[in-house]
Design a protein around this ligand. Structure first.
Ligand code: OSB
Ligand code: MG
Length: 370
């Protein structure tokens, strides 16, 4: 097996405005901070990764600041100049650091892109993906008013396969039910982001009549027992998002029967390597997966798209076109939805390049490690 080494790692911290605010009961996001990683081997191949922590710890414990510090002080020094033969060896070199999965994911993902480029293979083929067209799904936040209907019409025009609506105490269940039956050709997911800890299981049961494909994360991250109870009493399948931080959480979900569907977010579970392990376990147990997103830029979205080609991925994921969240995306070409799908490319690695001109414009910090 060919041996290679990482001779340089570059970090770019950037800030990019969203086209319109992304609001849930947890947080309103107006601009997205992110760290783009370039991992360069001794032959000059460049692997790309993205750290998808947020500016503040509203969704996970990690932030862009903690990730930057963890990368600089502990993770990057552990991989530079080490002899490698396989992409998953990078995450193995990081085992001495506890947690910090979002920081690790940035390096692990870059390592997979790098390896695929060394092999001159598209990442989805390296991962043994079984499909080249990925079903697209869009998230729409805000009240179920006229503007929501307009945005739904727009999603229908672009043939999105599914719409994800955020729900909370202000959601009009009757209005949602009408929308779901009116737009019967499209799947509706409802994402609660844990709000039913506050509203109670009786409030959750009201959503059972709506005709949703699934309900995402009704209770908070650690509420395994509540999720088990909900899975028993609801006809609508329960999908776990925030609860799934690692393969151990997937094991717990299966053992406890705490949910029926896994929302796999590679950027949160530690990257592509851990995602592959989760996918294998889910396949063994016949548990369907879909790939989630966190308002991600093109680099991590491209990794997520490659993972969505795997066979146990059974529902449309958080895959909207670049122009849904962004005026400009950090990758070239833009990610585009055609007839409700995103085509995986035959180019090597993730198949997208950095838009260096834009990166320079958005960049707040830059660091090089050799
Ligand atoms: O709970 O799924 C979530 C965005 C940021 C953080 C958490 C979540 C989300 C989304 C957006 O719902 C999905 C997307 O990026 O398309
Ligand atoms: Mg969610």
């Amino acid at each position: 097996m060919a041996v290679y080494t990482i001779k340089e790692i570059r970090l770019h911290r950037l800030m990019i405005p969203l086209k319109s605010p992304f609001s849930t009961h947890l947080q309103t996001v107006n601009e997205r901070e992110s760290i783009i990683v370039e991992m360069i081997d001794h032959n000059g191949h460049v692997g790309l990764g993205e750290c998808v922590a947020f500016s503040s710890p509203w969704y996970t414990e990690e932030t862009i600041q903690t990730c930057w510090a963890t990368l600089v002080n502990w993770l990057i020094p552990s991989v530079l100049h080490k002899k490698l033969t396989k992409p998953e060896e990078v995450i193995e070199l990081l085992q001495h650091v506890k947690g910090n999965r979002m920081a690790k994911a940035a390096l692990d993902s870059a390592s997979w892109d790098l390896f695929a480029k060394r092999e001159e293979l598209p990442l989805w083929k390296l991962l043994k993906g079984v499909r080249q067209e990925i079903d697209a799904g869009i998230v729409l936040t805000g009240a179920l008013d006229d503007s929501m209907e307009k945005r739904l019409e727009n999603a229908m025009l672009q043939s999105y396969k599914r719409v994800k609506i955020k729900i909370d105490e202000t959601t009009d269940v009757t209005a949602l039910k009408e929308l779901v039956s009116y737009y019967s050709s499209i799947q509706f997911f409802a994402d609660a982001n844990g709000i039913f800890n506050r509203l109670g299981i009786e409030a959750l049961k009201k959503f059972d009549e709506v005709g949703l494909t699934l309900i995402e994360q009704p209770f908070k991250d650690d509420e395994w027992t509540l999720h088990k109870e909900a899975s028993q009493v609801m006809r609508t399948p329960i999908a776990l998002d925030e609860s799934i931080r690692s393969i151990d959480d997937v094991k717990r979900m299966i053992d406890m029967k705490a949910g029926q569907i896994i929302v796999l977010k590679p950027g949160r579970v530690g990257g592509v390597s851990e995602s592959i392990r989760i996918h294998e376990l889910a396949a063994e147990h016949g548990i369907p997966i879909w790939i989630g997103g966190m308002i991600e830029l093109g680099v991590s979205k491209a990794h997520n798209l490659a993972l969505a080609s795997l066979p146990q991925v059974k529902y449309p994921g958080d895959f909207s076109a670049s122009n849904h969240f962004w005026e400009e995306d950090i990758v070239k070409p833009f990610i585009e939805v055609e007839r409700g799908q995103i085509a995986l490319t035959n180019r090597s690695g993730i198949g997208y390049e950095l838009d260096r001109h834009l990166l320079e414009k958005l960049q707040k910090d830059y660091a090089v490690f050799t």
